[in-house]
Write a protein that binds this ligand. Structure first.
Ligand code: URA
Length: 222
């Protein structure tokens, strides 16, 4: 499995099938003329699709159930182990509703990383994680991955807290090749789920021909 970007194959990169539905939704997100209500509604739908997609990469255990019609036993599976969602503030918070809709009672952590205007490097401010995060599978949510600076800082904080690299699933919507390379060369064991691989970055490190500032458009601060 995996996916090839600019000639490099990343076994842990999973790009959602480019279905007509997903392409329609992504077109609305990329359109600068989309009305705010339509844009937020569409972002919620894409976030839900990506959370559902990412949940496919959690481990499962075999389970036997008794079927309703005939009281016969049937073999099935159930999710193994505990999970936590961790959003990278601010855009990642837009994915929390989708995760809550799929996983009842899910715990939600947060990590705040901001660009230091003097050094242009990501600066860590805050991590709020459950005490037993080290024992959990983490769905790390950030819809836009440009250079990968914030996501790398967030992953570093999760590893410092004892989370196993192979237990991190990065849930994303649009990823630039630069960010994919930075994340997966440093952390080859994470699982990386995205809806779209972009062409590259603008001079200001925005993703080219894409959705613009996800947090601003979602929360109405543009
Ligand atoms: N974050 C965004 O919201 N948009 C980009 O294009 C890049 C990073």
């Amino acid at each position: 499995m995996g996916h090839t970007v600019n000639g490099t194959t990343y076994p842990q990169l999973y790009v959602h099938a480019q279905t007509a539905q997903l392409r329609c939704l992504m077109t609305t997100l990329c359109d600068k003329h989309s009305q705010r209500g339509d844009w937020v509604f569409t972002a919620d739908r894409v976030n839900r699709i990506m959370v559902e997609f990412a949940l496919n990469f959690l481990p499962v255990d075999p389970v036997r159930v008794i079927t309703a019609v005939d009281d016969e036993a049937a073999e099935g599976v159930c999710f193994a182990g505990k999970i936590v969602g961790v959003s990278v503030i601010r855009a990642g918070e837009a994915m929390e509703t989708a995760l809550r809709s799929c996983c009842r009672n899910v715990r939600l952590g947060k990590i705040l990383v901001q660009r230091d205007e003097e050094t242009a490097k990501p600066k860590f401010y805050l991590a709020k994680l459950p005490h037993d995060v080290a024992e959990r599978h983490v769905l790390l949510m950030d819809p836009m991955l440009a250079t990968g600076g914030s996501a790398l800082t967030a992953i570093g904080k999760l590893l410092e807290a004892g989370v196993k690299e192979e237990n991190i699933i990065f849930v994303n919507v649009v990823a630039a090749p630069e960010g994919i390379s930075n994340l997966l060369h440093r952390h080859p064991k994470i699982t990386f789920c995205t809806a779209a691989v972009a062409e590259g970055l603008t001079q200001k490190c925005y993703i080219r021909r894409s959705v613009g500032d996800f947090g601003d458009r979602y929360f109405g601060t543009n």
